[in-house]
Design a protein around this ligand. Structure first.
Ligand SMILES: NC(=O)c1ccc[n+]([C@@H]2O[C@H](COP(=O)([O-])OP(=O)(O)OC[C@H]3O[C@@H](n4cnc5c(N)ncnc54)[C@H](O)[C@@H]3O)[C@@H](O)[C@H]2O)c1
Length: 436
């Protein structure tokens, strides 16, 4: 196998399956590192857009794609026969939950079956999609070996979790250390070699299972700690204590405390989903992951808590939720991104509608609410003006985008329910603000 030499000389071509929030930034790094990259995706609209030099993700500028397409370093395709020609294949496809909240492996399995049709000796296959420990060895390896080719002998196979944090100004794909675990030592070395060329630090671990478990640990850790502060928010509120003030004070401790903040519920494609991949796998070992289940229960209940607070605030003003006009600020699952997957704002909109409220939203990053697998809100972002704010019975801050002028919002709104402590600094009109 001359893969390592081809990586050294930049002759190795990198194929990325799934050109989404993970695949696209990865492409940028490999291109910047002097590699040729081919992006494979089943979505023909995305393929066309990429080849025309257009980005569909806010924090990846079109210029990055355009320049690489023009220079011949990058192209996208829906023709998977081209997999045979690349040296490394990195899988970045979705790993959602199905209706029964069990791992939905169809994209990973589908990608594996497609690769198997074109696999040739000497290739390196890496799975990046977040999943339960065991996926690479138990799911992917048998599919790839159905070709008659063998890992360790004919091709390399590894897992390397994606740790992308879209919108984070401090860390990028290149500067976030990359954990790598192969199916065998040679696979670990090959994968670490490839990433090591374009990412500042690679962290080899002893197996693909250890790499898979690392990613799950990181997400369970966040999920559990967010649940903890969510529960404390409810308790402290009853006690007349502001949970954000307490967290910020605790965060001044220089050791032994890491700040997590409460919110209207979990969002994004990772924290609300990935821990349940582990819960599902744990059943095979007769284990119940109690921390994960409890955290899930608390986090899932947060939109109801927010609605209850909102309802009481309206009640105090002699109004009912039924028939009330509610404007949600922020549809994205977190600040300054254009991604609304699993966003608690969507749950809030649906639940408020069930209660008979007339709900609209504003999000400068999401002008039209796209149809999703499970939701179709049929809404467009509403312009914020003094009169549009005034016309609402309540403005509900669900996502604290940094472009919002919270002083101005509070000035013109009748009532503001703030789930993010975004109005903390607002001095005027505090009587209109209810934290939830
Ligand atoms: N977005 C993040 O910030 C992030 C962070 C860490 C981990 N992850 C994980 O990375 C994985 C990918 O997430 P994402 O956010 O990039 O998803 P995404 O939906 O943005 O992108 C996935 C892409 O894969 C394509 N695709 C689906 N099935 C395919 C197939 N069979 N062949 C080729 N292409 C296919 C889709 O068209 C889409 O373009 C998931 O496992 C996710 O949990 C995401």
């Amino acid at each position: 196998m001359d893969l390592l030499k081809r990586i050294d000389s930049r002759k190795a071509v990198v194929g990325i399956i799934g050109m989404g929030y993970v695949g696209l930034p990865l492409m940028r790094e490999f291109c910047a590192g002097g590699f040729h990259v081919v992006g494979f995706d089943v979505d023909t609209v995305k393929v066309k857009s990429l080849n025309a030099g257009k980005s569909y993700i806010k924090h990846i500028p079109s210029s990055v794609i355009g320049e690489n397409v023009k220079a011949g370093r990058f192209r996208a395709t829906g023709d998977f026969a081209g997999l045979r020609k690349v040296d490394a294949i990195i899988i970045c496809v979705p790993t959602p939950l199905d209706r029964m909240r069990q791992p939905d492996m169809r994209y990973v399995v589908g990608s594996g079956e497609t690769i198997a049709k074109h696999l040739r000796p000497g290739q390196l296959v890496i799975l990046e999609s977040t999943t339960y420990p065991g996926t690479t060895r138990e799911v992917l390896k048998p599919i790839l070996e159905s070709t008659g080719l063998r890992t360790g002998k004919d091709f390399y196979l590894a897992f390397s979790p994606e740790r992308e944090d879209p919108g984070n100004p401090r860390y990028s794909t290149r500067t976030i250390p990359k954990v790598v675990g192969g199916i065998d030592a040679r696979s670990t070395r090959a994968a670490a070699k490839l990433y090591g060329e374009v990412i500042e630090r690679t962290v080899p671990v002893s197996s693909c299972e250890a790499a898979e478990a690392t990613k799950i640990l990181e997400n369970v850790y966040r999920c559990v700690n967010i649940a903890l502060v969510n529960e404390l928010k409810i308790l402290f509120d009853k006690m007349g204590i502001d949970v954000w003030e307490v967290i910020n004070a605790a965060a001044t401790k220089p050791f032994g405390f890491q700040a997590f903040y409460p919110g209207p519920g979990l969002g994004g494609h990772c924290i609300p989903i990935d821990p349940f991949y582990l819960s599902w796998k744990a059943r095979e070992y007769d284990m119940v992951t109690r921390f994960i289940e409890l955290a899930g229960e608390i986090n899932v209940g947060m939109p109801d808590y927010v609605i209850q607070r909102l309802m009481l605030a309206l009640n105090e003003r002699g109004k009912s939720l039924k028939g009330a006009k509610v404007l949600i600020l922020g549809l994205a699952y977190k600040r300054d991104v254009d991604d609304m997957r699993e966003s608690p704002s969507v749950t809030l909109i649906e639940k408020l509608r069930e209660h008979g409220a007339a709900v609209t939203y504003n999000d400068p990053h999401i002008p039209v609410a796209p149809r999703q697998r499970e939701h179709n809100l049929g809404l467009k972002s509403r312009k914020l003006t003094p009169s549009s704010l005034r016309s609402q019975d309540v403005v509900l801050i669900s996502t604290d985008h940094s472009c919002y002028d919270y002083d101005w919002i509070v000035e013109h709104a009748q009532l503001v329910v703030d789930t993010r402590n975004a109005t903390d600094h607002v001095k005027k009109g505090r009587a209109k603000i209810v934290k939830a």
